[in-house]
Design a protein around this ligand. Structure first.
Ligand code: ZN
Length: 274
């Protein structure tokens, strides 16, 4: 091979290598992943799976450290939002059946407004008829543990017992096995999320806490509840304390106020998309 041919071949090889290196680097700046469809806060990009058959079947729930839901996924607990893009919100009532349940239920029924009741097993055992009334009024009945003990303070077995004992009773009373639970005092850890997943339960937090149990006044409870964004979950109480009168009075104003904003009231299950 003469020198000139060798030089031409070397030149060709160098050119190919250069082209491969440039192609591998791409034209974008990989230090800014947002340009490649990943949200800067680590959220899964919406556009990524939009239009695919899987996206049509499954509602898209974005990971969000302050999201309304949590579950055990890929070896750790994760919080995420309700599917976005719908003008729906969920009203939720905790700690019953209690002193305010019947009156709240009457208001919701009168206004044809669905809501979700996070029921304590111990209270349900004392007032089974009220739980049945919630179910027959079209409300969703969900699990708030048996005794309202902070779950992270318990062993995995004790946490499972708190939840499964309540599951059994609620299924017996309503004919339906609850799919959602709310941890007392909003406290949960990895162990809680894992135990709940074993019972096929999805955790529900809130996006707006009215803190109605502190009796801040009817106007304040209404104002807080009406600050909810689409896809949000509003937390209130139908049980606990000596009176739920402020909550009872706030409910019809909250329902009509949300509707005036063009928001549709749904159960937690419907908000979640199942
Ligand atoms: Zn509670």
């Amino acid at each position: 091979m003469d020198l000139r041919l060798r030089m031409v071949l070397l030149g060709l090889i160098a050119g190919v290598v250069f082209a491969i290196v440039v192609a591998a680097q791409g034209c974008g700046d990989h230090s800014k992943p947002v340009r490649h469809g990943v949200h800067p806060e680590g959220r899964t990009p919406l556009a990524h799976s939009r239009g695919s058959p899987a996206a049509k079947r499954k509602p898209l729930r974005r990971p969000n450290a302050r999201g309304a839901f949590f579950s055990w996924r890929s070896g750790h607990s994760r919080r995420f939002d309700a599917p976005t893009g719908r003008r729906v919100v969920a009203l939720t009532f905790d700690d019953g059946p209690g002193i305010g349940t019947q009156a709240i239920l009457a208001e919701l029924r009168r206004m044809h407004a669905p809501a979700t009741f996070f029921v304590l097993g111990s209270m349900a055992a004392a007032r089974p008829d009220v739980v049945r009334a919630e179910q027959s009024a079209g409300m969703q009945v969900a699990n708030h543990t048996w005794s309202h003990t902070a779950l992270p303070t318990l062993s995995a077995a004790a946490q499972r017992d708190e939840l499964s004992r309540t599951q059994r009773l609620l299924e017996q009373l309503t004919g339906r096995r609850p799919r959602f639970f709310r941890p007392p005092n909003w406290r949960f850890g990895e162990r809680t999320a894992r135990v709940a997943a074993g019972l096929h339960l999805t955790g529900v937090m809130r996006t707006v806490d009215t803190r109605d149990w502190t009796l801040p006044g009817i106007d304040e409870i209404v104002r807080r509840a009406l600050s909810v964004e689409p896809g949000g979950v509003v937390a209130m109480h139908d049980g606990g304390g000596l009176t739920r009168a402020q909550t009872v009075a706030a409910v019809p104003r909250i329902v009509s106020g949300l509707r005036r904003r063009g928001l549709r009231l749904v159960t937690v299950a419907e908000l979640y998309g199942r």
